[in-house]
Design a protein around this ligand. Structure first.
Ligand SMILES: CCCCCCCC/C=C\CCCCCCCC(=O)N[C@@H](COP(=O)(O)O)[C@H](O)/C=C/CCCCCCCCCCCCC
Length: 217
């Protein structure tokens, strides 16, 4: 890979912060384009963790790609925000609400999977932010996972995920990979990232509750 391409692929926490900062409109609508950009940046991070995390990166990328296809499709303008997507898909009966049927990969159900993962991210980054030098990333990650995503995963997926967490690099490597600078600056940027992610999460959570979309199959 050419040097410039490699540089493009490098993860940087600032990219995540920028994406989530750009996510909200003044009316607190969530722009899908920036929501996806945030996830793309996180996938870079997952890829930098090595092949053990490849299956998680592939799963996240598959969900991202489904949303990108809608956003770039002929009805793309209906997918500019989460709010417009939900309205468009519900108004046009494009969502399988109780069992999987003609619309197994709707935007609403696909985004719900990423939304649940965003809660994991929020919990994990907050743990990382308040962690100390001897804190273990595997423990922080397992706790955040058990409090969030695990509740929506099959037992076999939970087992594989928890095994992967055991080979996570330690806190110093995590901080380095974030490409921010010394640990104090990483902590400070995590302090910016977490509230932004929390707000996007909360707005999505309320939108899905309002439309009874939390259990989409
Ligand atoms: C800022 C740097 C540090 C942050 C590092 C975190 C990076 C990424 C954060 C989260 C990634 C998770 C993305 C996974 C998407 C999961 C979607 C999902 O739940 N899919 C399941 C259901 O899909 P359907 O079958 O209903 O279509 C699917 O069954 C699951 C497939 C396997 C994925 C298992 C993922 C479990 C682990 C998540 C945490 C990994 C974080 C490791 C790095 C810290």
């Amino acid at each position: 890979m050419a040097g410039s391409e490699a540089a493009e692929e490098k993860f940087c926490l600032q990219e995540v912060v920028d994406a989530y900062r750009l996510c909200l409109s003044p009316e607190k609508e969530v722009y899908l384009e920036h929501y996806i950009a945030g996830w793309r940046a996180l996938v870079k991070f997952l890829n930098s963790l090595g092949s053990v995390f490849g299956f998680i990166a592939v799963e996240a990328l598959t969900k991202i790609q489904t949303l990108v296809t809608f956003l770039n499709g002929e009805n793309g303008s209906q997918y500019s925000t989460l709010q417009s997507m939900v309205k468009y898909e519900l108004d046009n009966e494009l969502v399988d609400l109780t069992t999987r049927g003609p619309h197994p990969e709707s935007g609403c159900r696909t985004l719900l999977r990423l939304h649940r993962a965003l809660r994991f991210l929020e919990l994990f980054l907050e743990r990382l932010r308040v962690s100390t030098e001897d804190s273990k990333t595997s423990v922080m990650c397992t706790e955040a996972y058990n409090e969030s995503l695990a509740q929506h995963h099959l037992y076999a997926v939970q087992k594989v995920a928890c095994l992967a967490f055991l080979v996570l690099p330690g806190r110093p490597t995590f901080f380095e990979v974030m490409n921010v600078g010394p640990p104090e600056q990483v902590v400070s940027m995590l302090g910016e990232a977490v509230p932004l992610i929390s707000e996007v999460y909360k707005i999505t959570e309320e939108l899905y509750a309002e439309h009874n979309l939390h259990d989409l199959p």
